[in-house]
Ligand binder design. Sequence first.
Ligand SMILES: [Zn+2]
Length: 327
Amino acid sequence: MIKTGGEIYRVKKIRTHYFFLKVMTGYDLSKRRIPVMEMESSTKGPQVVLTACMHGDETGGTVVVHELFRILKRSLRCGKVLAFPILNPFGFEITSRRISISNEDLNRSFPGNINGSLAQRIAAIVMDNIIKRKPDLVLDLHNDWNKSIPYTIIDNIDDSVVLLNLHRYARISKLPAIQESEKISSSLSYCLNVSGIPSLTFELGESLIINEKNVVYGINAVLNILSVLDMLSHRDDLPGFELPQEVRNSILTYSAGPVCSRSGILRFSKKPGDLVKKGDRLARVYNAFGKLTETITAKQAGIILGHNDYAVAYPGSPVMAFGVHDS
Ligand SMILES: [Zn+2]
């Protein structure tokens, strides 16, 4: 506190702390660790956890964390923000979605097992660290197909109170809100949600490289949420991703269909962000002689979230992901 001419001002202090969670010791005795960033205001308040680069080739969220910490150093009014900027250092090193040395998907290994596989052990360490802190919200930052729009995924959970809370945060983020259709019971966000800790997943455009525009959408989404939680020294109402009028303000349902049923070369007729009606042509498949073998059409009206990274089609290969109106 500072006294000036009888007036008393409380001096806000912000403490930043960087540390590691130990994962394992390498064959060469190197320490394998997960970096953690923590920023805490001297004024008590909510606690928000950010996780990024769970899939090692998805580095956009890491940059969102770095930029947010620069901003919060000046503007965190109260509470604490904890961040795991690179949750999968093994995959990050070789630009792989999976944990390189065990070839496992970390986000299909929760809640984890400290005596299980490498991915399950890492999941258990991360899960334990987050749960014991009892955060108010966890935001898991991911990236999607190379051609995709940013959006937030709401887990398909049964707890209506947590679900309502997630819908609210999704709207505040100003990212397109997509309700997951399946129960992904081994993901971090699902396991946190069923433990009563609200958790949203952000898909912030393409993997592999940093798309600065999508980094801004990610930063704005987090700051809008921190602002509503009253954690910032000023009120933020930052712009989000603008959806077409027809689907704006609605919560859409994730759909991965239809898929290819023939082999060949996949050529798209629509792009991410386009609205489609039932029956609209999405893509065509051609064989090695250039003959059309399949025309893929939309099953439901909705918006295209992203399309496949590859031109090679085979029976069952994905074409596009959609946000559709629940029917
Ligand atoms: Zn991911």
